[in-house]
Write a protein that binds this ligand. Sequence first.
Ligand code: NCD
Length: 301
Amino acid sequence: MPSLLGIEELPRPEIEAILARAKDFQPLQNQPHKKLDTLRGKMIVNLFFEPSTRTRTSFEIAAKRLGADAVSITASGSSVSKGESLVDTLNTLAAMRPNAIVMRHAASGAPHFLSRYLETPIINAGDGTHEHPTQALLDARTILDRTEALEGLRVAIIGDIAHSRVARSNVHLLSKFGVDIVLCGPASLLPPELAHIAPGVTLTHDIREAIREADVIMMLRVQLERQHESPFPAGEYFRFYGLTLEHLALAKPEAIVMHPGPINRGRELSSEVADFQRSVILNQVENGIAVRMAVLERIIG
Ligand code: NCD
């Protein structure tokens, strides 16, 4: 596993190994001062061309917990804003000999393109509308913390599916484990070809149908930064696709609510749902560190 570019091409045993290893790292969450020395002497560079709170911070914490050094660079504060090309920026960073580059970019395929030019392993932290592999891994870890196995679960993914790299990576991962996946959103945000993206996927425009008998409800943010048409007014979107407590009665009694964040209360979910006892949004954030530790260890350990 030299680079981690997407879930689509990641074999199931590799996914299982990462999820199992992440579980070993979970208890460290309660010992914030404990550092391992697995990656002592190693360095990762976080290169983020798009905003990020969770992903960037958790990669940084994950690296430090394993004893590595982490340097974070945002595009606005780098020479990218002075006109340097992507390849030149990456070559410059690679010349400083990091052990891995964690990268987020607005262009789908950017990390794949660069991985052909660089020897340094690249970890995709989100490329355009394409993939966000560590998000799907931490989502799977979070689901598995509450259930024995992924097989046979019904997972509803609701919202702006068209522009969501989170949805795409989750579909690829869940599909490898025989999950029944329902994608739901307004017609303009749910292209019909997504029904063929992986086995086990069905589409619906009806949020109630999506939620019925679901074990997991995964809500997505409307990616306004990737939409070129004028978006729905927030109130209208919420009326049709916003998750409310009332909807949850349709799901299985133990169903959990997930969201990759950042959440927009009153747009894709109500405030009551966000703070609901079966909302695991902050557990997802917590698992982000354990999963990224497992990924870093696997790639540069
Ligand atoms: C997601 C992303 O950037 O793709 N956020 C994240 O990494 N947790 C989802 C989003 O921005 O809506």
